[in-house]
Design a protein around this ligand. Structure first.
Ligand SMILES: NC(=O)c1ccc[n+]([C@@H]2O[C@H](COP(=O)([O-])OP(=O)(O)OC[C@H]3O[C@@H](n4cnc5c(N)ncnc54)[C@H](OP(=O)(O)O)[C@@H]3O)[C@@H](O)[C@H]2O)c1
Length: 305
């Protein structure tokens, strides 16, 4: 399995299975298939509401498919309603319980925004906490303790821009190992990747196929389809192989066995420089996940990205 070595020497498989919007039953089957097919990395989050089933699938794979826990790389994320110092460890423990694990490989702050306890998605000003009330560095400092206790082998962030990162780095001890952000040819994140690479922060690309809301627009993009044809590959494999070629970790989501297999096979696809250049030129700084739900000017959240 090709891996990326994180800034603390932990090795992270460069491809993992995404689980956002996978229904409970689908998530169970998808994780079982993925682990049988050779995936060793699963991307989870408390807010996805399916960690129990993902955890069951992991346990069953360990028991029935002879897979060792130490060979797996399991990521989860702290939801925005648990950023207060006293809420971080209980939220982490709840995630461990749901996943039926005694440690995580990577724990991320899901979004750089804080909400009141119990708020899944904010709908009114009352649902928010400002970053003055609950600074991101305080939340992260609690995650540093989880790391120091060996409860998570690495810690990091998600949806952080350069400003979020530089403020965080200036106030905390442990450099985030990973920043998980939306990334695909229409949003190649070159500047953020350069910044992260200078600070030894690995990038995980979420929505590497162009997200679930985009109705397959990247998968039918003529340039991607043409490169796929030239390489006897599928558009999804081209999108993933391009990221892998530049050392970006990918976590494509699927609940279909054939697609999970197809996506994994992108590891064997090597694009030539001409193909890579053509894909590099596609950037439009276009987001499918705009993060608009996390903007609230009354609470000081004037922008998200
Ligand atoms: N940190 C964050 O804020 C954040 C935000 C979004 C996502 N994520 C993570 O990133 C993962 C991936 O992102 P995503 O779920 O937004 O989108 P994605 O992986 O880019 O795309 C998933 C969509 O593509 C379809 N698909 C998968 N493989 C395919 C293939 N080979 N051919 C054609 N269609 C295919 C899936 O359908 P089927 O399932 O029906 O096959 C699904 O509709 C998530 O699951 C989650 O773990 C994190």
């Amino acid at each position: 399995m090709k891996t990326v070595t994180l800034n603390n020497e932990v090795k992270m498989p460069i491809i993992g299975l995404g689980t956002f919007l996978s229904s409970a039953g689908d998530a169970y089957k998808a994780v079982r298939w993925a682990l049988k097919l050779g995936y060793r990395h699963i991307d989870c989050a408390s807010i996805y509401g399916n960690q129990n089933e993902v955890g069951q699938a992991i346990q069953d794979a360990i028991k029935e498919d002879n897979i060792k826990r130490e060979d797996l790389f399991i990521t989860s994320k702290l939801w925005n309603d648990s950023h207060k110092i006293e809420d971080v460890k209980p939220a982490f423990e709840q995630t461990l319980k749901e996943l039926k694990l005694d440690y995580l490989d990577l724990y991320l702050i899901h979004w750089p925004v804080a909400q009141k306890k119990g708020t899944q998605m904010p709908t009114s000003d009352d649902d928010w906490l400002s970053l003055e009330e609950v600074p991101l560095w305080e939340t992260y400092s609690e995650m540093e303790k989880l790391y120091e206790q060996g409860l998570s082998k690495a810690i990091g962030v998600s949806n952080f821009n350069k400003e979020h990162l530089s403020k965080l780095i200036s106030k905390t001890q442990i450099m985030p190992a990973v920043n998980q952000v939306e990334c695909h040819p229409l949003l190649n994140q070159k500047e953020l990747i350069d910044y992260c690479s200078k600070n030894n922060i690995a990038i995980t690309a979420y929505s590497p196929l162009g997200a679930q809301y985009s109705h397959g627009s990247l998968l039918t993009n003529p340039r991607i389809v043409e490169i796929a044809g030239k390489n006897n590959a599928t558009p999804a494999q081209v999108l993933l192989a391009w990221q892998i070629s530049r050392g970006v970790i990918v976590i494509p989501k699927s609940v279909h066995e054939d697609r999970i297999k197809e996506n994994f096979a992108s590891l064997a696809l090597s694009l030539d420089n001409d193909d890579i250049k053509k894909i590099d030129e596609m950037n439009e700084d276009r987001r499918f996940i705009t993060g608009e739900a996390f903007i609230n000017k009354n609470k000081g959240y004037n922008y998200i990205f």
